[in-house]
Design a protein around this ligand. Sequence first.
Ligand code: BTN
Length: 242
Amino acid sequence: HWQKVIVEKEVESTNKMLKELGESLPDKTVFIASKQWGGTGRLGRSWSSPEGGLWFSLLLKPVLPMEELPLITLTMAAALWEGIYNHLGIQVKIKWPNDIIWEGKKLAGILTGIKGDMDKVDYLIVGIGVNVNNPIPPELEYIGLSLKDIVKRQLNLNHLLLDILNCVEKYYQLFLTNKREGILAINKRHSTILGKAIEISTFKGKEEVIARDIGDDGSLIIEDKSKRIRKVLSGDVSLKKW
Ligand code: BTN
């Protein structure tokens, strides 16, 4: 169960708040803000967070080795998938490792960070941003979408949050008890990239490959141009349109 829930009107970033306060807060703290003026996304991008969206972060203090980290993001992706499904009955897509997609556009994203170092993870901060009733800035309309645009009505943020948090609890419990099948099954079944040609950028550069599978450790299994099967632990993926 959630140990502590903090609700603020406006902060720079819920991830940043938890990163700073994490030491003094209990495991399983939820930090929610109506608005963020400095929301961040992956790869140092900014994340537009006006009123109407769901912007929250989770503080988790599991004891786990670094290798388990990629799976945390997939755990949250599965929870988001099911939370949205339970709330609205729609089946969204998951773009490995952290995007929730509808008809090619991004509905939600996950940003997993750690405090600590490679040897010892002190705590995890998982930030989740869901576009719900908020407008998408015009310059992002070609890549982003809000849930209200799909169902053509305003949604109740608190009810949606509860449905998502219930699923986070369920999937996080699966993660902690090492029951990965359920987490992986959702990620595979609803993947938007498996079996497709993608462009993946990692620290080594960009490459065109085929996404083949998701590994038990949460990695993406790809087939490269020379038909070699390889494992990618993290990266940024975009679908190739032929
Ligand atoms: C991404 O897709 O790049 C991840 C987006 C994560 C956004 C959320 S909103 C709540 C939390 N606070 C932040 O500053 N970022 C995350």
